[in-house]
Design a binder for this molecule. Structure first.
Ligand SMILES: [Cu+2]
Length: 167
């Protein structure tokens, strides 16, 4: 019986919190890792950029979770029309609230903030695994409004450069 307790302690120690510039903070958790995305009025790395998810590009493993932090008021997170894999479940969080979504199906997931979608507040999560790029072309073709069009252009380019879309 102490065996399982020891094992748990060991696992917790081994999977200490990981911090990187590109993926933010990730916590290992039972059933997967939780990645954090801040919802912000101003990008701390680029103050001229308003209304952002940070980081706006994430690559995760199936079963991982993404926690959207209500770091500043007035934002939410919701999956974008035509930008999630066939058969996957979308999400929609309430404004001003922390929200966690667990993603099990490989694929490309585009999301946005309802009040600021036209201001370009959008983001990308890639869940790696078999078929992860099956809905990439469809997601790229999804209709975008306002500044989101320009920001998605940046995100697709950046994702490619980062290797996020590598199978
Ligand atoms: Cu917003």
């Amino acid at each position: 019986m102490t065996l399982s307790a020891d094992r748990r302690t060991f696992l917790l120690g081994a999977s200490a919190c990981v911090v990187t510039a590109s993926t933010g903070v990730a916590f290992a958790q039972e059933g997967g890792t939780t990645h954090e995305v801040k919802m912000l009025n101003v990008n701390p790395d680029n103050p001229r950029q308003r209304m952002v998810f940070s980081p706006r590009i994430l690559r995760v493993k199936p079963g991982d979770s993404v926690k959207f932090l209500s770091s500043m008021p007035g934002h939410n997170s919701q999956s974008s029309k035509g930008m999630i894999p066939a058969g996957a479940e979308g999400w929609k969080s309430k404004a001003n609230q922390e929200f966690t979504v667990t993603l099990t199906q490989p694929g490309v997931y585009g999301y946005n903030c309802a009040p600021h979608q036209a201001a370009g507040m959008v983001g990308l999560i890639v869940v790696e695994g078999e078929g992860m790029l099956d809905n990439l072309e469809e997601a790229k073709k999804a209709k975008q409004i306002g500044l989101a069009k320009k920001v998605w252009g940046e995100i697709w380019k950046e994702a490619e450069e980062m290797g996020v879309l590598n199978t």
